[in-house]
Design a binder for this molecule. Structure first.
Ligand code: ARG
Length: 588
């Protein structure tokens, strides 16, 4: 289905043609002067140059030709604008089409093409911290938006399981429990099935080892060596690593689940490891890699580069592989297993250079062809009130759990006097708290940093998650007060276009803007555009609700039209909120 603006453009284009001008000038946009009109066409100003004629004259001729019946008002304004107000019947006609379509008239463009979204990035053995929150929230939303746009979208958690953190744990565990069989090279029996640690042990061991390694060089060297031995296949270390995976992944799944973030794939950095040697051989054979101070590197600098672009290091001089080797190999693996049309990375924007190097290396080596889209969606940081990345009082990274609890507590405080039974309140506060965090995050452009402001995010007023949820809950409760049946016929309820008030019309227009808003969000992979849209529609709904007495309206036709309006606002905003990964309670 065409968007409303496209449908209007079609009419105005025809008028341009009928008046003897090129139809390309008939493009219409939503008005930037809502006090004057709802839509505008500035084409006459541009046509004036081509036809050497006064724009106002062209606008006047075109206005004469505009088909009757669609508009309530057509104005020509100096120096040559065509200002339009849509007629109520035409507007409701458009919305009827939305009701009849399961995607509310949205035209999906993904054509089932495969897109992999890499947005977890959690590291095993380390608790999730605030740094993982933004990629998780934004990535989940991007996946949902692209799924709605018809892509076959696959989320991959891409766990960090192959780095120094494992070597540190191996080293620390050896110090604490030297008698474990994993360290005995002569041991050839079966290792225990049970891990020698729990998740809480790990959560203590890793930070301890990490801190300690910064003060003791020998310890750090040992941890590095253990990492290399693990990667080279040391049997005992592999067994410890497997225990770490089992214990951690279980816990991470629970944590991501609580965030309503779900991955189709639980792949890990280590999964790509097997491909690295063949990739390296291929780069060498093609003459694309060279030795630089003992390391194997690929030059990726291009003449047009404005910034520093160091070569991509595939292998260190001691033979070890690095983060870049793993990411190149992961693209190789994804190509092999899924042959994706597009791969999107939602990762901290401070990793941009790394991904530039990796993407260029992959293109250069033919790991992907030019038609494969590789996109880095770098997210800004979530900062504390001091404007710096969130830290605990002792300067440690803040655990995600702590952040979530603090916001849920704040929501509970705000909901203290509600008469919802305690048993239900807990889960409602969890939902509202999570919505506060997610919306607070997603309403900012992904690439920008923002300050996590607990008071503002949890407020029930303004551009916040709780406000949006509150609006939805209010509509749900109104519909139940009006005893609207499930099989209410919204399309028939749109037959009456009489007495549409100003606030009602604005709300219908906002509903009709769904298609465009989502198109923009999908094309620009920009969840914040959905937030802007639902904030606008929620505000307009609340004005409409304030201005019109729905429950006591006596004219049945008008009342039914309003019920249809409530229903579509609810459905459209619920769909949007779902694309943000936010759940809606039944009451709050
Ligand atoms: N584990 C990494 C980190 O904590 C993020 C991984 C992002 N994804 C990737 N394919 N490199 O920084």
């Amino acid at each position: 289905m065409l968007t409303l603006v496209q449908s209007i453009s079609e009419i105005i284009k025809k008028a341009f043609t009928d008046a003897g001008y090129d139809e390309k000038f008939g493009v219409v946009t939503v008005s930037n002067r809502p006090d004057l009109c709802e839509f505008q066409c500035n084409g006459a100003l541009m046509a004036a140059k081509q036809y050497h004629k006064a724009p106002i004259a062209i606008a006047g001729e075109v206005a004469e030709k505009i088909e009757n019946g669609f508009f309530e008002k057509i104005d020509v304004a100096a120096p040559g604008f065509i200002n339009l107000k849509i007629g109520a019947e035409a507007l409701l006609g458009h919305v009827k089409g939305m009701f009849e379509d399961e995607k509310f008239g949205f035209e999906a463009q993904g054509n089932n093409r495969k897109v992999i979204i890499d947005y977890g990035g959690a590291n095993v053995a380390k608790p999730l911290h605030v740094g993982h929150l933004r990629p998780a929230i934004i990535g989940e939303s991007v996946k949902r938006i692209l799924t709605f746009d018809g892509y076959d979208a696959i989320g991959d958690v891409h766990l960090g399981d192959w780095g120094l953190q494992i070597g540190l744990i191996i080293t620390e565990l050896k110090r604490r429990q030297p008698d474990l069989p994993y360290y005995d090279d002569s041991f050839s029996g079966e290792y225990p099935k049970e891990a020698p640690f729990t998740i809480s042990d790990l959560e203590e061991i890793y930070p301890y080892a990490s801190k300690y390694s910064k003060t003791d060089d020998a310890y750090r060297e040992e941890a590095k060596h253990a990492t290399k031995m693990l990667q080279d296949g040391h049997r005992g270390y592999r067994a410890i690593w497997q225990h770490i995976l089992d214990v951690s992944i279980n816990d991470l799944k629970k944590n991501y689940d609580n965030l309503n973030v779900h991955f189709e794939l639980w792949k890990k950095e280590s999964d790509a490891n097997v491909y690295i040697p063949e990739i390296i051989d291929d780069f060498k054979a093609k003459g694309l890699a060279r030795i630089d101070e003992g390391a194997l590197v690929v030059d990726v600098k291009e003449d047009t580069d404005q910034k520093e672009m160091p070569p991509c290091i595939l292998q260190k001089s001691d033979g070890a592989f690095l983060y870049a080797s793993t990411d190149v190999a992961t693209i190789y693996e994804r190509k092999k297993l899924f042959d994706p049309y597009w791969i999107i990375y939602v990762v901290d924007k401070r990793q941009e250079l790394h991904f530039d190097q990796v993407f260029r290396t992959c293109k250069k080596g033919g790991i992907v062809d030019d038609s494969t889209k590789l996109t880095f969606l770098g997210n800004g940081t979530m900062n504390g009130p001091d404007g710096k990345p969130f830290k605990t009082r002792d300067g440690d990274v803040l655990r995600l759990e702590y952040l979530i609890n603090s916001i849920v507590d704040k929501v509970s405080e705000r909901m203290a006097d509600s008469d919802i039974p305690e048993s239900e309140k807990r889960s409602i506060c969890d939902m509202v708290g999570l919505a506060a965090i997610k919306y607070g995050d997603l309403s900012n452009q992904a690439t920008k940093d923002y300050v996590f402001d607990i008071d503002r995010f949890t407020s029930f007023d303004g551009n916040t998650g709780p406000y949006i949820l509150y609006t939805l809950v209010r509509i749900k409760s109104l519909l139940s007060k009006l005893s609207v049946k499930d099989d209410f016929d919204s399309v028939s309820a749109l037959k009456c276009s009489e007495n549409i008030t100003d606030s009602e019309k604005k709300l219908w227009l906002a509903v009709a803007g769904f298609h465009e808003a989502i198109r923009k969000a999908a094309d620009e992979i920009a969840p914040h555009k959905i937030c802007t849209y639902i904030y606008e529609i929620s505000d307009l709904f609340n004005s409409f609700y304030h201005d019109n007495r729905i429950v006591t309206q006596e004219n049945v036709d008008i009342k039914n039209r309003w019920i249809a309006l409530l229903k579509i606002v609810l459905e459209v905003v619920e769909k949007c909120v779902d694309m943000l990964g936010i759940k809606v309670p039944d009451r709050m």
